[in-house]
Design a protein around this ligand. Structure first.
Ligand SMILES: Cc1cc2nc3c(=O)[nH]c(=O)nc-3n(C[C@H](O)[C@H](O)[C@H](O)COP(=O)(O)OP(=O)(O)OC[C@H]3O[C@@H](n4cnc5c(N)ncnc54)[C@H](O)[C@@H]3O)c2cc1C
Length: 409
């Protein structure tokens, strides 16, 4: 087990500086354009693929860094560049994690390369779980997957919504109900390759922020996929469902629920790190502006009202990073989240990003409110962190339930 440390080693510093260079030289200069266009920034993803940032290898290397700091450090730097573009670069990772967590070795070897493509022909992937009536309440999902034994095929029907890269992905990972009586334990994940008849993009959403990231509905109408597209395989699914039915009969669903919760807990610090990146970006712009903008014959930072805001902003950002790094270190080193530390980090960092980007607008005054300066975009972008991967209210529920052991609603 690696000791918890706040000190990056030389190799990590090198990776951080390399990522920062890419974020500063390639992502940030493109941010305003792709925000306005509200389109996937394919050329930037391609650049990221060319230098090795858009690849499973890169994320695997960071993920297996025993200090736990690899992923948060990478997320912070990329999202410091721009949240919408960075999400377009890392969004495929959500689907890839779905395959890595549930797929067989053969499925991992077949589908992950197709999710990324290569530098000359980049592809993206989508993870489709949310539905119009099943956001926070995942158990009320309606998309059904029915097994056609005669043909060894699964037939999927339903509508997914808010899917990052939905409809433009080369590979969609779709979560569907296979046993409605088991709630979220009756769900399974499927690979739906692009071009499969019955798979289509529904509405593409026009969003408040992260507009360089494509978000859309995914419609599944009698989508037939081979049995081999069930992640993990039929045998494993049947065993898992049998266990869940036994537990449901014995009234012992909690253990399964806690295992699922542990998985989410482990992925949440990465979202916290994205929020830290956006908050830090806005803080830096605000600090620079406050030092140079003069009113009443002196820099505005000369007023405590402004300087104290910057002090608070930086303090919150550093505190958020500490929570994120602690949770990432715990996840990588198999430490139990006895106080929902993963949720804590996501909650605090996302709320910090929303607040700090708003304070940055205030410090820039009229300029902060215009698109001439990046902080209004950062503020719009920051609003997503308290919503996706579990809203702030859901994080508070998880933390409160973990602390109290009570079924708080
Ligand atoms: C830009 C974007 C990208 C996304 N990408 C993906 C993706 O790639 N794949 C995917 O599957 N999903 C994705 N999502 C969906 C996202 O995860 C959901 O929006 C999120 O889980 C919240 O669900 P909801 O929007 O249905 O809100 P709801 O669940 O309807 O919640 C509405 C409000 O009620 C509150 N609330 C709900 N239940 C409770 C409760 N029990 N206690 C207290 N408050 C509660 C919530 O906190 C929230 O404030 C994305 C969403 C967005 C906006």
């Amino acid at each position: 087990m690696a000791e918890f440390t706040m000190e990056l080693n030389d190799e990590q510093k090198e990776v951080r500086d390399w990522l920062h260079g890419f974020a500063a030289d390639v992502i940030r200069p493109a941010a305003a354009e792709w925000d306005e266009r509200e389109e996937t920034p394919w050329p930037v993803i391609q650049e990221a693929a060319k230098v090795g940032i858009y690849s499973l290898d890169f994320y695997a290397q960071q993920y297996f860094d025993p200090t736990g700091l690899g992923i948060p450090m990478a997320m912070e730097e990329l999202f410091w560049g721009d949240a919408g573009i960075a999400l377009s670069i890392v969004g495929t990772g959500l689907a890839a994690v779905g395959v890595l967590a549930n797929g067989t070795e053969e499925q991992i070897g077949t589908w992950i390369p197709q999710m990324y493509g290569d530098a000359n022909d980049v592809k993206v992937a989508a993870f489709c779980s949310s539905e119009p009536d099943a956001g926070s309440d995942v158990a009320s999902m309606r998309t059904r997957a029915v097994y056609d034994e005669a043909k060894d095929e699964w037939v999927l029907n339903g509508t997914k919504t808010w899917a990052t890269n939905g409809g433009i992905a080369n590979v969609h990972v779709v979560v569907a109900v296979v046993d409605a009586d088991l709630g979220s334990k009756g769900h399974a994940s499927f690979i739906v390759p692009s071009g499969t008849p019955g798979l289509s993009q529904g509405q593409k959403f026009k969003k408040h922020g992260i507009r360089a990231s494509h978000t859309a509905e995914v419609v599944l109408e009698d989508v037939r996929i081979p049995g081999s597209c069930l992640l993990g395989g039929k045998e494993k699914l049947d065993e898992r469902l049998a266990r869940a039915r036994e537990r449901a009969k014995a009234g012992g669903g909690e253990r399964v629920k806690n295992a699922a919760m542990a998985t989410f807990e482990a992925s949440r610090p990465a979202v916290g790190a994205m929020a830290v990146g956006t908050a830090r970006a806005a803080y830096e712009v605000a600090l620079d502006y406050a030092m140079t903008r003069e009113q009443f014959g002196r820099p505005i930072i000369d007023n405590q009202g402004v300087a104290f805001q910057l002090a608070d902003m930086r303090t919150s950002i550093d505190a958020a990073r500490l929570l994120v790094w602690r949770a990432s270190w715990m996840a990588v080193n198999g430490k139990q989240f006895t106080a929902a530390e993963g949720s804590m980090s996501k909650l605090f960092a996302s709320e910090t990003a929303k607040k700090v980007t708003g304070q940055a607008i205030q410090i820039l005054g009229g300029n902060g409110y215009t698109r001439e300066y990046p902080v209004e975009r950062m503020h719009r972008d920051a609003a997503i962190y308290t919503i996706f991967e579990g809203t702030s209210e859901i994080q508070r529920l998880v933390i409160a339930r973990t602390l109290s052991g009570m079924p708080i609603r």
